[in-house]
Design a protein around this ligand. Structure first.
Ligand SMILES: *Cc1c(COP(=O)(O)O)cnc(C)c1O
Length: 379
């Protein structure tokens, strides 16, 4: 069994994907080919925003937004503690200070009460100035965006939605990657919508921001890339990746998103009452980048993972180490007791095999092993 089966997906769409790749190769249109613009248009339409700017990967997509907003030393950016390193990395990369915020134990997303407290504390300390909130749509579930918007308005902060795992999710029909002043996603192969290498995109309704991002991602170009009006980077999505993504976006919309939600339902039915299953609040729709259960403690979690492994079932701990404990951030001197929930989650979460091509028989097998393991603990 695969944790996320990318081979099955390729086999199903092999003819279309191979033809799309071959077409780019035949035309030798490798950089900024027409597929890139076509994909950007389709992505913007799907998400429901005016502009999509593709980039080399999800991390650079976020860095580009930080650059475009002029975030720099002396600025504070609020990030959830329970996330992939990138979310905090991009803040430090531009010289600003990532302020980690503990998360909600049920949704795994940023705790909005603790967010407001962190903003107030940062203002009172007066060392760095609050500028941006980066909510993460973790494991496919959109963050509490309406509340985060209220807080952002109250303290005049910008929102960058990190939708690297959230693409395809929604709140009351409004799609993930449409909530921030800007939002980003990643097309890393294992993400909800993945390509065959690295890729990413930025979404925004802000016309001026979009123009600035389109310049920054190509060496700060003016009229063309040999007319350079500002310092930028080189962060483009390859035409081959765009061509692949055009095929995969169709599959994603037509059935993959439904299928992965179907798989989550089967998991829920088999596992509820045995372990703690993912919580999806009313009105929320997850793209299930991960299906993450909670166990009572680290011993049981690690034991279950070992037991699954022995029987050929891959599982992952996302995340074993929170941002505030990363050595790279040790200079920030975070207080460990501020992250009670995240610390607990790092010891108790386990992500199970999850993808649109998982069969009911496979889910049954995973759940059978979990059920047996939990039952024998009680005897
Ligand atoms: C994967 C991921 C990123 C970074 O995306 P890359 O394309 O790998 O650079 C950023 N944030 C989160 C939450 C992610 O999961």
């Amino acid at each position: 069994m695969e944790f996320r089966d990318l081979k099955k997906q390729y086999q199903k769409y092999k003819l279309e994907i191979d033809a799309a790749i071959q077409n780019v190769v035949t035309n030798a249109d490798f950089i900024s080919g027409k597929e890139v613009g076509e994909l950007e248009k389709q992505l913007a339409e799907y998400v429901g925003v005016k502009h999509c700017i593709s980039s080399a990967n999800g991390t650079e997509a976020m860095t580009l937004v930080m650059m475009a907003w002029g975030i720099k030393e002396g600025d504070a950016v609020f990030v959830p503690d329970f996330t992939f390193f990138s979310t905090g990395e991009v803040v430090s990369f531009v010289g600003a200070t990532p302020v980690c915020v503990d998360v909600d134990r049920d949704t795994f997303n940023m705790d909005t009460d603790k967010l407001e407290r962190a903003i107030i504390q940062t203002i009172n300390e007066g060392k760095v100035i609050p500028k941006v909130i980066i909510p993460v749509d973790l494991f496919g579930l959109p963050a509490e965006h309406s509340k985060i918007r209220e807080i952002a308005n109250k303290y005049k902060l910008l929102i960058l939605e990190d939708g690297a795992q959230g693409f395809g999710g929604a709140v009351n029909g409004k799609k993930a990657c449409s909530f921030g002043d800007a939002a980003t996603t990643s097309f890393f192969p294992a993400k909800p919508l993945g390509c065959f290498g690295d890729g990413g995109a930025i979404f925004t309704n802000d016309h001026e921001l979009a123009a600035l991002l389109n310049s920054l991602k190509i060496h700060g170009k003016g009229e063309n890339k040999y007319d350079n009006v500002r310092i930028g980077v080189n962060s483009r999505l390859d035409t081959i990746q765009a061509a692949i993504l055009k095929v995969k976006l169709k599959a994603f919309i037509n059935h993959e998103l439904d299928d992965v939600n179907q798989v989550s339902q089967i998991y829920n039915e088999r596992l509820s009452g045995i372990v703690e299953i993912p919580y999806i609040p009313n009105g929320y729709y997850s793209s299930f980048a991960q299906y993450t259960i909670k166990l009572n403690n680290k011993k049981i979690r690690d034991g279950l993972q070992a037991n699954l492994k022995e029987q050929g079932i891959p599982s992952m701990v996302y995340y074993a180490k929170p941002l505030h404990k990363q050595q790279a951030f040790s200079y920030l001197n975070y207080e460990d007791q501020d992250f009670e929930i995240t610390n607990k989650l790092c010891d108790t979460v386990l992500s199970l095999p999850m993808h649109p091509y998982l069969t009911e028989a496979e889910v049954n097998r995973v759940c059978g092993i979990i059920q047996n393991y939990i039952l024998q603990l009680k005897t």
